[in-house]
Write a protein that binds this ligand. Structure first.
Ligand code: IDP
Ligand code: MG
Length: 139
């Protein structure tokens, strides 16, 4: 599918640290297209919907609180295999272990907080991408 789409979020730590341009630049430099973007502070209802799969995890409440703590940038990026391609650009969930050269590996570290602050979110499958894009960019 040549026009695959994924949902990227620049999380509040990324916005606070002035990394919006850096993250967008990495997406564009890789050759993906920024199709839509929107900066806003998400509310609890939206985040509970987005993170429903993590409802029973110990980091769920800290995750929702962290994601409400400041503005985020929601982005729809597109291109052939962009879902796995952006996950590769982002790197592993744990920024301590994320490979150098990745967004998380280069720009984040463990701050000792209950939820790991790792700059970005990227959809993990085509089903997730469709679901998440509909949450952040309702028609
Ligand atoms: P992903 O963002 O790499 O897809 P997920 O497992 O979907 O990782 O987790 C969602 C978010 O929850 C992560 O990006 C991270 O901020 C946080 N998180 C995930 N696992 C842990 C954990 O074990 N401890 C603390 N926070 C976590
Ligand atoms: Mg995930």
């Amino acid at each position: 599918m040549s026009n695959e789409k994924t949902l990227v979020l620049i999380k509040p730590d990324g916005v606070r640290r002035g990394l919006v341009g850096e993250v967008i630049s990495r997406i564009e430099s890789k050759g993906y297209l920024i199709e839509q973007s929107r900066m806003f502070t998400a509310d609890r209802a939206l985040l509970e919907d987005h993170y429903a799969e993590h409802k029973d995890k110990p980091f769920y409440e800290p995750l929702v609180e962290f994601m409400m703590s400041g503005p985020i940038v929601a982005i729809v990026a597109s291109g052939n295999r962009v879902i796995e391609g952006f996950r590769s650009l982002a790197g592993a969930t744990d920024p301590t272990l994320a490979a150098p050269g990745t967004i998380r590996g280069d720009l984040a570290r463990d701050q000792g907080t209950k939820v790991v602050q790792n700059i970005v979110h990227g959809s993990d499958s085509s089903e997730s991408a469709v679901r998440e894009i509909a949450i952040f960019f309702p028609k």
